[in-house]
Ligand binder design. Structure first.
Ligand code: NI
Length: 262
C-alpha cells in the first residue's frame, strides 16, 4: 500500500502533469503500455513539451492519439541553433493546432549567449501574438532570464518550469502572473531551496510536473521518471504546506487547467 495517499484518492484527485517528454526515446519500448495505464492511476491530463524541432511531429502525434495528452511547441535553449525564419513560421502554424496549449519549452540555459537570447525573445513574441501561455526553462541564468521576462514576458502568462532559483525570485514571477512548476527535486534531501520556495509561494501559483524521463522523485530517484511518480511530489508539497495531498492535487490541477485552458 502507498503510505502517503488513502485508498480512495484516485476517485477524488486527478493529477495534471504540466511538463513531460513522452516523445523521448527512453519511452520507445513501453510508451503505449505506460500511457495506457495513466488514467486508471489518477493522472488526469498530461502536457507534453517540445525540446527540439525534431520532436514537433512526435508531440503532435501524441496529442492526436491520446485524448488526455496535450502538447507544447517550442525549442529548448540548447537546441535553438537549428531555428530559422522558415522553422519559426512552421512553429506558428503548429501552435494553432487545437491541442497545442502553450509555447515551450523556451528559455535560457547557463550563460549569456546572443543566439539563445534572440530565439528566446522571438518565441515569447510568437506566443504573445497567438495568445498562448509559455513554459519557461531557465537554468543557471536567473538574472538573464528575469531581464528578458520583465521586458518580453510581462503581457504573457505561463509556468516557470522546474524552478531552481530563490524564493524571492519566485515571488517576483508570481507577481508578474506566472506559476511555479514543482517536480521531483522537492523530494530530494538537498532540495532545501525549492522546499522554501514551496512554503512561500501560495498554492494557487504552484503546478505539478515531472520533466520525465528526468528528475524522478524519491523513493525512485535515479530511475526513469513518469507521471505515475507525481503522487510523491504532491505528498512532499502537502507536508510543506500543512494540507492534504488531495488538496494539493485538486488545487494544482485547477491551476494547470486555468493556465493552459484545458
Ligand atoms: Ni523539459
Amino acid at each position: 500500500m502507498d503510505p502517503v495517499l488513502p485508498d480512495h484518492w484516485r476517485i477524488i484527485a486527478m493529477i495534471i502533469d504540466t511538463h513531460a517528454h513522452y516523445d523521448d526515446e527512453q519511452f520507445d519500448a513501453d510508451r503505449e503500455a505506460l500511457l495506457g495505464m495513466m488514467q486508471e492511476n489518477g493522472i488526469g491530463k498530461i502536457v507534453n513539451a517540445s525540446a527540439a524541432i525534431s520532436s514537433w511531429d512526435s508531440v503532435i502525434e501524441l496529442t492526436r492519439r491520446y485524448p488526455f495528452v496535450y502538447g507544447m511547441i517550442g525549442v529548448h535553449p540548447d537546441e535553438v541553433g537549428g531555428l530559422d525564419e522558415e522553422k519559426l513560421f512552421r512553429m506558428e502554424q503548429l501552435l494553432k493546432e487545437e491541442k497545442i496549449v502553450a509555447g515551450g519549452e523556451v528559455g535560457w540555459d547557463q550563460e549569456s549567449h546572443d543566439v539563445q537570447k534572440k530565439w528566446f525573445v522571438r518565441q515569447l513574441e510568437l506566443a504573445e501574438k497567438l495568445g498562448k501561455p509559455v513554459n519557461i526553462h531557465s537554468r543557471d541564468a536567473a538574472a538573464d532570464t528575469m531581464e528578458i521576462m520583465r521586458e518580453y514576458g510581462k503581457r504573457l502568462r505561463g509556468i516557470i518550469h522546474c524552478y531552481s532559483y530563490s524564493p524571492e525570485m519566485a515571488a517576483e514571477y508570481v507577481k508578474m502572473g506566472y506559476s511555479i512548476g514543482i517536480g521531483g527535486v522537492v523530494t530530494f534531501k538537498n532540495g532545501r531551496k525549492l522546499k522554501e520556495t514551496v512554503q512561500e509561494v501560495p498554492i494557487e501559483s504552484l503546478v505539478l510536473e515531472t520533466d520525465c524521463p528526468y528528475l524522478s522523485p524519491e523513493p525512485n530517484r535515479g530511475k526513469r521518471n513518469s507521471s505515475l511518480n507525481l503522487k510523491y511530489v504532491a505528498a512532499a508539497i502537502a507536508e510543506l504546506k500543512g494540507i492534504t495531498p488531495e488538496e494539493v492535487i485538486q488545487i494544482t490541477s485547477e491551476n494547470a487547467e486555468r493556465i493552459y485552458g484545458i
